[in-house]
Design a protein around this ligand. Structure first.
Ligand SMILES: [Zn+2]
Length: 1051
């Protein structure tokens, strides 16, 4: 399939930019260096050097002074001095701002606007039928066309106005030593104009402005963006002449020369004049098309995992998965299902070789749950040498008396009790009767050898730890939690065959001190024990602290009734935090069980105690080498996390901040212990309770494993080298998790240590030793076999972009703890270009230099990569609260492939076109303003946030049907849910909302957004194909950029 897009009607734009998708094309003739004139653009031997995967010394190095600028990729659009009202999310601001009437708390605290002077949307024209009118002066595609035109004009165009097309703020963009050779011009994708970085002092200046709370302003919501002169005319800065390539050391897999991104952020460079030419956005690869094609081809079918190396349906495709020898893609997805045979090949392609493992992924009711195999006292059958567990990759020989390990090739004796004859095919005749012989995934009952101290584990416990400081009491949160627990404790998770849950419960409240409660069933009243020595926390009681809810129901209910009363008159506003975790952990330790803490906390812990935190939110650090410190924890939280993991103590944290809370520190223990972090900014009882309670209910009922250790074994020739996730690593091989639930995924990277064998393939076995909810020690085993090939085309053909993005996101989000964000962004960009350049060079048919060629499986890699690069974690903006970035970082680290896919490329559904007669959800549309329409209504969801966007001329029938009000003007945007109305349209939409929600770990609060009203700004950030209002490149601009990088790599 060839996509071609061209700039229509412009005569100097005569070369097509073809984006070709190729599948299965093998080994084109050697790439010829056909661009003699282009020498100035790359190292003379760059085609030899590029792609030395993992070798920092031989990677492609950009040349200084050419078209590279020092603009960091993902660097913000320049912002001038802020208008009055621009502010930061600072302690002062939120103290002032909390509780302001009319504010709209959001899970994602929206950035503040560059301007708060009244609405400045262009007047709405009823004539503009075509599309949603651009609020930016020109759409990104139009801009691109203009930029391209300008390029041509300025550099080569005969006799046209030299600089009229360029914003005066960017004198450097088209000047300097940049006489592009004609061949470069004909590429059709000339360098995009460069945007100089904002002078540091402009950022500092912004940060130094007196802060006003965003919520304190009229309307409470960031206003529209341009037109704001500050955004458009920034003092230019020539591309950094002193640019020095530097070595990046972002994990071995990503070692690369640093690459700086010219023009990736053309930013607000508005080219004057009306947009004349438009690139057709339909001609560039569409994620929606890819998703829909896969749904059409594979949706609703049975996918049997009977073939090594087969590529599963996309995560967005619903199908029934049947385990026939390899783990379901629900449990394991890989970046490629065919590994290159040699390390050299891997270095050449620079495709990360990784598996995203979600060991406890939920299995839908129409698929078979995992079998539990019990070999009694003998325990699991394992290879003597490599300790791999029995699985379909073991080859039985000598009439069934021995077997050869598929992982290390060791010949093992078959234990007598396990002996079985082989059939004429050499297969055991009980093959299909034993899960461990025929299935990709199953569980073993573990013996005492697998237990702590060789003692059977006790059932796990949940400890509820409630911050009862002044604010939580006052807001009604404490009462809300206590009331909910009374009914929720009846729904503790249990095994399918059990009548009641084995999980025990305990209760602690705290402010500056800790209160433990004795809720023993024999008591008439609960008893409180206060621990004031928070420096050396001890557990004041053992007996009666952790109880069976059934048995102690009356005492527990009594306690939950009393807690809000007990602290009703408190004026204590200071809290402790680390001692709370410590206390919970000590309690579990004393009870000799694993478990989970549920901590409900609302403020920065400033009381004098271990783990005391101070406000260190300094946004002057953005875009400096010290930005990484914002994500690093303060104090001793890392050691505390390690202790928790050692003791099987998982920490779930529910945060209710109304100011900076240092999520980077407070959330650390949660992340390392496999817990889940929830955050409700400016929590308001009336509007936010449903979301919080839904999260709490889901979380308490989640199926999970406790006190877990995961080990990934591989067949010879490669091994697991890096692990990314909500995990703790005590050594280089064992992934420790205090707990692991159905939503948590660990991303594992593999490296060669020898040549792989095409016949044997690349086999992976993931074993998770854990304690079940009933207190049984088990081993959950997932096996998957991948192919190996000496043909790069085979590797590319079996790539999975969704898994690649999961890997890139996690590896980058890990790397920002130790490296400047700019370096991390550059490496991502560099690696993307390398992967695609290698494909073009080695796998594509000889193509014109001008063509951007994307492998079929990576068609949407650029758009997804761009979404990652401009995510708030990687592209810091002063408007985005640091806590929000730390929160997103921690969330993504634990995500599986489906969650990262939706998070980086949100779902945008046109709901005005719902077919009421069918159950089918309408096809999504691309996340771009151009896909919206005045008369439409669109639902957007990314797993954390959900919006219902209503076009200004949406039909009154639709408004009536959804909101039961007569007109657009009557719709309240304060609502966080839709009313329950008795009409098919409303019911259908509610059903769709539930469907979207049901598959996601976090409850999304619905925000209603009206076209051209202020909160629209929040919504627009999620239109990820467009240029971000805060500086992220549009999809089209990014393609231009990546194409240019590829061309340079290949030149
Ligand atoms: Zn072995």
């Amino acid at each position: 399939m060839n996509h071609a897009y061209s700039c229509r009607g412009h005569n100097s734009w005569n070369e097509k930019i073809a984006i070709m998708s190729q599948q299965g094309y093998v080994a084109a003739p050697p790439y010829s260096q056909s661009q003699p004139g282009i020498g100035g653009f790359g190292p003379p031997n760059s085609s030899i050097h590029y792609g030395h995967y993992g070798d920092p010394n031989s990677s492609y190095s950009p040349q200084p002074g050419v078209s590279k600028s020092a603009v960091p990729f993902g660097s913000p659009a320049p912002v001038g001095p802020p208008p009055a009202g621009a502010q930061q999310f600072s302690q002062t601001s939120f103290q002032n701002g909390s509780g302001t009437p009319g504010q709209q708390p959001h899970r994602f605290q929206g950035p503040s606007p560059p301007s708060n002077t009244g609405p400045s949307y262009p007047p709405f024209s009823h004539q503009s039928q075509a599309a949603f009118p651009n609020t930016a002066p020109a759409s990104s595609t139009a801009q691109l066309a203009d930029q391209l035109n300008s390029m041509q004009i300025n550099s080569y165009g005969p006799g046209t106005a030299p600089s009229s097309g360029v914003s005066p703020g960017h004198p450097a963009a088209f000047q300097g030593p940049r006489l592009l050779p004609p061949s470069q011009q004909q590429m059709g994708l000339p360098p995009a104009p460069q945007l100089p970085p904002p002078p540091t002092n402009s950022i500092n200046g912004l940060g130094a402005q007196p802060a006003l709370p965003p919520m304190a302003r009229q309307g409470g919501i960031p206003g529209p963006v341009p037109p704001n002169p500050n955004l458009q005319h920034l003092p230019g800065q020539p591309p950094g002449p002193g640019y020095h390539p530097q070595q990046a050391n972002y994990g071995p897999q990503m070692a690369a020369s640093q690459l700086s991104y010219p023009g990736a952020f053309p930013g607000p460079a508005q080219l004057s004049g009306p947009p004349q030419k438009k690139l057709d956005p339909d001609s560039i690869p569409s994620p929606i098309q890819v998703i829909e094609n896969d749904k059409a081809a594979r949706g609703g079918q049975v996918y049997a995992t009977n073939t090594r190396g087969q590529v599963p349906p996309l995560v967005t495709t619903n199908c029934v998965i049947q385990d026939q020898g390899h783990a379901s893609p629900r449990f394991i997805r890989c970046t490629t299902y065919c590994f290159p045979v040699t390390a050299d090949m891997a270095k050449q392609a620079r495709i990360p070789l990784a598996a995203v493992i979600q060991p406890f992924a939920a299995v839908p009711p129409n698929e078979t749950p995992l079998y539990l195999v019990n070999h009694g006292e003998t325990g699991p059958i394992r290879c003597n040498r490599c300790k791999a567990y029995m699985c379909p990759f073991m080859q039985f020989i000598e009439g069934g008396r021995r077997y050869q390990c598929g992982f290390c090739n060791c010949i093992n004796d078959v234990p007598p009790f396990f002996f079985q004859h082989l059939d004429h095919m050499g297969r055991r005749i009980d093959h299909y009767e034993r899960p461990e012989l025929s299935l990709g995934s199953y569980e073993y009952v573990a013996t005492l050898d697998y237990c702590r101290d060789k003692k059977p584990p006790k059932p796990p416990a949940f400890i509820f730890m409630i911050d009862v400081s002044y604010r939580n009491i006052k807001s009604g949160l404490v009462k809300l939690i206590c009331d909910e627990l009374k009914t929720l404790l009846d729904k503790l998770p249990r095994e399918e065959h059990e009548e009641s849950s084995a999980i025990r419960v305990g209760f602690v409240t705290y402010n500056k001190v800790l209160h433990f409660f004795n809720v023993k069933s024999s008591l008439a009243q609960p008893q409180m024990m206060v621990v004031t020595d928070v420096a050396e926390v001890f557990v004041p009681l053992l007996d009666g602290f952790l109880v069976d809810f059934e048995e102690s129901r009356s005492v527990v209910t009594n306690l939950l009734d009393q807690i809000p009363e007990l602290f009703a008159d408190t004026n204590e506003s200071e809290t402790i935090f680390a001692p709370v975790i410590q206390a919970g952990m000590e309690a579990l330790k004393a009870a000799e069980c694993a478990g989970k803490l549920f901590i409900f906390h609302s403020s920065l812990p400033t009381a004098e105690a271990p783990g005391k935190l101070k406000n260190r939110d300094d946004r002057k650090l953005l875009n400096t080498d010290k930005e990484k410190t914002l994500f690093q924890p303060q104090g001793n939280y890392e050691a505390l996390a390690k202790d928790c993991v050692t003791n099987g103590c998982c920490v779930n944290l529910f945060l209710f901040p109304n100011q900076y809370m240092d999520v980077a520190s407070m959330g650390l223990v949660t992340m390392y212990t496999g817990g889940t972090l929830y955050k409700y900014n400016n929590f308001q009882l009336e509007t936010d309770s449903p979301q919080f309670l839904s999260d709490l209910r889901k979380d308490i009922q989640k199926k999970m494993g406790f006190d877990a250790t995961m080990r990934v074994r591989t067949s010879t020739g490669f091994r697991a080298t890096d692990f990314f996730g909500a995990i703790y690593m005590n050594n280089t091989t064992d992934v420790e998790m205090a707990a692991v639930d159905c939503d948590k995924a660990v991303t594992v990277e593999f490296k060669h240590d020898d040549k792989l064998n095409e016949d044997a393939g690349a086999l992976i076995q993931c074993a998770v030793l854990y304690t079940s909810m009933s207190g049984q020690r088990r081993i959950r085993i997932h096996n998957i076999g991948l192919n190996c090939s000496s043909q790069l085309a085979d590797v590319y053909r079996t790539c999975e972009t969704d898994a690649l993005i999961n890997f890139f996101a996690k590896s980058a989000f890990k790397a920002i703890l130790s490296q400047p964000l700019k370096t991390v962004r550059d490496i991502l960009m560099n690696q993307t270009a390398h992967m695609l350049a290698c494909y073009k060079k080695n796998c594509a048919s000889p193509a014109a230099v001008s063509q951007l060629i994307l492998p079929d499986t990576m068609k949407v890699l650029p758009v997804y990569m761009n979404c990652l690069l401009k995510s708030c974690v990687l592209a810091g903006r002063p408007e985005i609260p640091t806590d929000e970035r730390a929160f997103h970082r921690q969330l993504v680290m634990a995500m599986g492939v489906a969650d990262t896919q939706l998070f980086f490329y949100p779902l945008l559904l046109p709901i005005h076109s719902l077919d009421l007669k069918s159950d089918v959800v309408p096809a999504a549309v691309r996340c771009s303003e151009e896909r919206l329409s005045e008369g439409g209504a669109f639902l957007l969801a990314n797993g954390l946030s959900m919006f219902l966007w209503l076009g200004a001329s949406v039909s009154p029938e639709l408004i009536q049907g959804l909101f039961n009000v007569p007109s657009f003007a009557h719709i309240s945007t304060e609502a966080t849910s839709l009313p329950n109305l008795d009409n098919p349209f409303s019911k259908k939409l509610k059903h769709i909302l539930e469907q979207i929600q049901s598959q996601k770990p976090y409850t999304m609060k619905l925000m209603i957004v009206k076209q051209r009203e202020q909160p629209e700004m929040l919504f627009r950030q999620f239109l990820v194909e467009d240029k971000s209002v805060y500086g992220g490149a549009s999809y089209v601009d990014f393609l231009v950029c990546i194409h240019k990088e590829i061309s340079q790599l290949l030149s």
